[in-house]
Design a protein. Structure first.
Length: 273
């Protein structure tokens, strides 16, 4: 009887733990100090697949800063390097061996031209039109499926990175705020296009983590919530330090397993793990 009781107890503990929502504390691991210049909003941080440098942007104008940094946060780019296009999202395309980005509004997508040292010196049109839900939408690249993801209300919409066309078979509805531990009520109806309150509304990150592929920034609780693309439920919360700077648009990114927030006052992308 004692043996059976222990087995049942262990089974109960495993079940509780598997249904519990995981919470993890993040810690600052890197800072990317942008050059002096105009602009108060960070756009994106993306890693160069060739030299592994972090490329970081200030969003708002084609003359604003684009800078790149080594893995310990030292700036390696010329201080006067500019975006050359009004970019919001930025990602490295391994097939093209260069960066691409989505522009503000109906500016379309562009492809960057870089020299062997990784310095950007030109930009070329790739696809025309507003290939994103909203003017300030920030694209996040999914290399596994060659998709670019955008946030539209509580929905993740996806575009084919090869041609910029929307792939409606890759649309994911997130049940924001709900998890297996705290599931939505039986009469729950989701308005997938409604603007999210207390969240960053321009950016969804793609982590590539199984069962926690998409991330939202909760600016009220200072937490990054990770959601499963399979059922749309939240499977993990990542708590940011109390002094982390959070914003309800732009200024949020993910690259190389690092969660980035932009500190406009210090003009710095701060990375957390």
């Amino acid at each position: 009887m004692k043996y059976i009781f222990l087995l049942l107890l262990c089974s109960f503990v495993v079940t509780v733990n598997s249904n519990a929502q995981s919470v993890r504390q993040l810690r600052k691991t890197i800072e990317l100090k942008m050059p002096k210049g105009p602009g108060n909003n960070g756009g994106t941080v993306a890693q160069n697949g060739k030299n592994r440098y972090f490329y970081a942007t200030v969003a708002g104008n084609k003359t604003y800063s684009l800078a790149y940094f080594n893995v310990v946060g030292e700036m390696m780019s010329p201080p006067d390097l500019a975006l050359l296009a009004d970019v919001r999202g930025l990602w490295y395309n391994p097939a093209l061996k260069t960066f691409q980005g989505n522009l503000f509004g109906d500016g379309g997508w562009v492809t960057y031209v870089m020299d062997d040292a990784g310095v950007v010196y030109d930009v070329k049109p790739f696809a025309k039109g507003q290939l994103q839900p909203f003017p300030n939408s920030v694209g996040q690249y999914n290399m596994r499926e060659n998709l670019v993801h955008f946030l539209k209300g509580s929905t993740v919409v996806s575009y084919n990175a090869a041609n910029g066309a929307e792939d409606k078979t890759k649309t994911f509805v997130l049940k924001v705020g709900y998890s297996k531990k705290t599931p939505p009520p039986a009469d729950y109806k989701i308005d997938s296009n409604a603007v999210l309150s207390n969240y960053n509304t321009t950016t969804v990150i793609y982590t590539g983590i199984s069962n926690a592929e998409f991330g939202l920034l909760n600016v009220q609780t200072k937490e990054i919530e990770l959601y499963s693309k399979a059922d749309g439920l939240m499977y993990q919360k990542l708590k940011l330090p109390v002094d982390a700077i959070v914003n309800d648009k732009l200024n949020f990114s993910f690259s190389n397993n690092t969660y980035f927030l932009f500190d406009a006052r210090n003009r710095t992308w701060v990375g957390y793990r």
